[in-house]
Design a protein around this ligand. Sequence first.
Ligand SMILES: Cc1cc2nc3c(=O)[nH]c(=O)nc-3n(C[C@H](O)[C@H](O)[C@H](O)COP(=O)(O)OP(=O)(O)OC[C@H]3O[C@@H](n4cnc5c(N)ncnc54)[C@H](O)[C@@H]3O)c2cc1C
Length: 343
Amino acid sequence: MSEPIKTDALIIGAGPCGLFAVFELGLLDMKAHLVDILDKIGGQCAELYPEKPIYDIPAVPYITGEGLCEALLTQIKPFGATFHLQEMVQTIEKIGDPQFRVTTDRGQVFEVKIIVVAAGGGSFQPKRPPIPGIEAYEGTSVFYAVRQMEAFRGKRILIVGGGDSALDWTLNLAPIASHLTLLHRRGEFRAAPDSVNKMMALVGEGKIDLVLGQVSELRGDGGRIAQAVVKRNDGSHFEIACDALLPFFGLTMKLGPVADWGMAMKDGEYILVDTATFESSVPGIFAIGDINWYPGKLKLILSGFHEAALMAQKAHRYVYPDKRLVFQYTTSSTSLQKKLGVA
Ligand SMILES: Cc1cc2nc3c(=O)[nH]c(=O)nc-3n(C[C@H](O)[C@H](O)[C@H](O)COP(=O)(O)OP(=O)(O)OC[C@H]3O[C@@H](n4cnc5c(N)ncnc54)[C@H](O)[C@@H]3O)c2cc1C
């Protein structure tokens, strides 16, 4: 366990609503840290549709998912939020009135006055390939993400998949692996053509192997893989000796631990909120964006932006119980403009 990080607000989820929450909290002098299980900022916009156009952001006639995330990052820059990526918030414990201790799956602890759950549809989690008994090797020999490349130096690696993650990690790990095999069930790849060309060049130079087929069985002991049995497309089998198996079969959205945090839920899936404050049934824990529910809720980015603004008003009361909050416009308030670095 690391030293607790003490701050005003912890935002769970760095999707568009979590990002805009930094802005609204920042205008009212509240500092935020954000945790997201993904390796990138932007939630669904960055993970599911970075190049698709969005046409219903107010006053922005057209912007891509990625463009929106970049614009939000520019907008929140003055507030210096800290991001903790590739970490999943696992537990929330109440330690004050309100004050919370929050722990991630990597052992990072936060002590915060308020929590903003902006967890969207829940956490993106890797799809598990249908290999019998794979669970026994997960975390020791089977990895769905590469957190530290060095951990794979000198290893015999088997990468499975044909998308961008499989190809990117093939290219990145090939120079440090003692042997690398890329296994895909067919000859066509979904990954960017440039990555496919680079991978094919490595195959041509004899630096990696490319095999068409699927893993049908894992053999090993004590969580350590010794061999993967591969079924070729013609039905024949052969064995690959390997130390690490990295399957990249895409991501699926699962609610994850959100349901265990003690808030009243709707249908076990959404956090019920008060629409005046976007506070959950637990004082000090707010929920904005796709994760919340109230009568009339629309899962739109613009709804989450509105929710963030009202959330910050109530959050201010917890963080600064003795300060009166004066409503101000960014166009005319020098104090807000100073915070934004424009006055
Ligand atoms: C294809 C597609 C097109 C869309 N087009 C539009 C559109 O045109 N206009 C529009 O308004 N909306 C659109 N949407 C919906 C829009 O993307 C969502 O409303 C928006 O992303 C919700 O934002 P959010 O911040 O609430 O959640 P998300 O974007 O879902 O982000 C939530 C984040 O929380 C993280 N998280 C969850 N649980 C945890 C945890 N325990 N610990 C750490 N991190 C966690 C997740 O990894 C994720 O990154 C579209 C959606 C899709 C899929």
